[in-house]
Write a protein that binds this ligand. Structure first.
Ligand code: PMP
Ligand code: GLU
Length: 395
């Protein structure tokens, strides 16, 4: 059957696919260790589960306002004020089926065919495909671990054309764990103001920061709230990946337009999950810090362990829960009869030979790297790194 050019041009999300492949292999009896998908392994906190149960008992099971229930919009505004110090009105909030859906709404509302969005690379894999879905053009500007993943603002400025609409940033970053400094955010914000652009700020990892780092949202800078679209959600901070609640914060008219798109495409996000998200944002917050502490312990184990493998270099992430080792020393080599020409070949080799699932760097615009999510137990990390070391050094 015919498939539109638009959809034929995109692939399945490599992060989701990696997780699926690992599941299939596990069902075949293979003891696969999956570092593919970025998903906290903790249970969703009990108070949140209880709020969902209460919502069902109270028959809060019907359609809601397409852009979300008032209670959740209010809770998002309060939580945003608390975390980034910026005041939002509920009319500036659109609740969606996860942050990914909020991004899809955003690109659908922002882009006309041929419009360009500058994305700092390495980037989260779905930005480029979602931009393409809406006939936009992603333009990658590289950042590097040598420079702590801070962008060279002159290079970003050079990438601006008369079709550029927006710059998309993600701090803490998936896949590098890089955290943009306040200075970088300020420099990007003034560029956005000078060139009359929009700044898209994906802040979904803002609660997962290490070594006392703090988060700066560009929305809090003078003159920036009206040209920033913040993307956030409950998936990572509250271990709620499957509940599918995310949101955007944007000027009211833009938010209303996003809501219109959503009301035609999916209607409201799940009513029960919305009530659970109200509790996540308004209830006790202790579990957020506890999970972050556990991620930091895992980071402190996995990064030195990867660095100890011959030929691997790995920057210590400042936030999020991804290790992004440079494996370029293993490209253009042969390992156990496998020709390793790309990071994808290497990821396939690790999966097939030692049953370790990772995501190849090309998915994130960075050939020569692989991504491992360390949102899993220290035992799994120990076993996984040992397997990788064996596969790379004794082949
Ligand atoms: N942005 C980034 C940077 C992510 O890593 C993810 C993955 N969860 C998302 C957005 C989407 O999150 P959600 O699960 O809420 O759709
Ligand atoms: N964002 C996570 C990741 O990068 C979850 C998967 C996804 O949303 O694509 O692995």
């Amino acid at each position: 059957m015919k498939i539109s050019r638009r959809v034929a041009n995109i692939a399945a999300s490599p992060t989701m696919e990696g997780a699926m492949k690992a599941k299939v292999m596990r069902a075949e009896g293979k003891d696969v260790l999956s570092f593919a998908v970025g998903e906290p392994d903790f249970p969703t906190p009990a108070n949140i589960i209880e709020a969902a149960r209460r919502a069902m008992d109270e028959q809060k099971t019907k359609y809601t306002n397409a852009s979300g229930i008032d209670e959740l919009k209010a809770a998002v505004c309060d939580a945003t004020k608390r975390s980034i110090g910026v005041e939002y009105d509920p009319s500036e909030v659109c609740i969606s089926n996860g942050a990914k859906h909020a991004l899809s709404n955003l690109f659908g509302t922002l882009l006309d065919p041929g419009d360009e969005v500058i994305v700092l690379a390495p980037y989260w894999t779905s930005y480029v495909d979602l931009i393409k879905v809406y006939d936009g053009k992603p333009v990658a500007v590289p950042t590097s671990g040598e420079n702590d993943f801070q962008p060279d603002v002159n290079q970003v400025a050079d990438a601006i054309t008369d079709r550029t609409i927006a710059i998309c940033i993600n701090s803490p970053n998936n896949p590098t764990g890089g955290v943009l400094s306040e200075q970088s955010i300020r420099d990007l914000a003034s560029l956005v103001q000078d060139r009359d652009l929009v700044l898209i700020s994906d802040e979904i990892y803002k609660d997962i920061l290490y070594d006392g780092r703090s988060h700066t949202s560009p929305a809090g800078l003078p003159g920036m709230k009206e040209r920033t679209i913040v993307i956030d959600g409950v998936a990572k901070s509250y271990s709620m990946t499957g509940w599918r609640i995310g949101w955007s914060l944007a000027p009211a008219e833009f938010s209303r337009s996003m809501g219109n798109l959503q009301s035609q495409q999916t209607s409201n996000a799940n009513s029960i999950a919305q009530w659970a998200a109200v509790e996540a944002l308004s209830g006790p917050q202790d579990s957020v810090a506890q999970m972050c502490q556990a991620f930091q312990q895992r980071r402190d184990y996995i990064i030195p362990a990867l660095q100890a493998i011959d030929g691997i270099e790995c920057v210590m992430p400042g936030g999020a829960f991804y290790a992004f080792p440079d494996v370029s020393a293993y490209l253009d080599t042969e390992l156990d009869g496998y020709q390793i020409q790309s990071s994808q070949d290497l990821a396939n080799y690790l999966l097939n030979e030692v049953w370790v699932s990772t995501v190849h760097g090309t998915a994130f615009g960075a050939e020569g790297y692989i991504r491992l999510s360390f949102a899993c137990s220290v035992e799994q990390i120990q076993q996984g790194v040992a397997r990788i070391e064996k596969a790379l050094t004794s082949a």
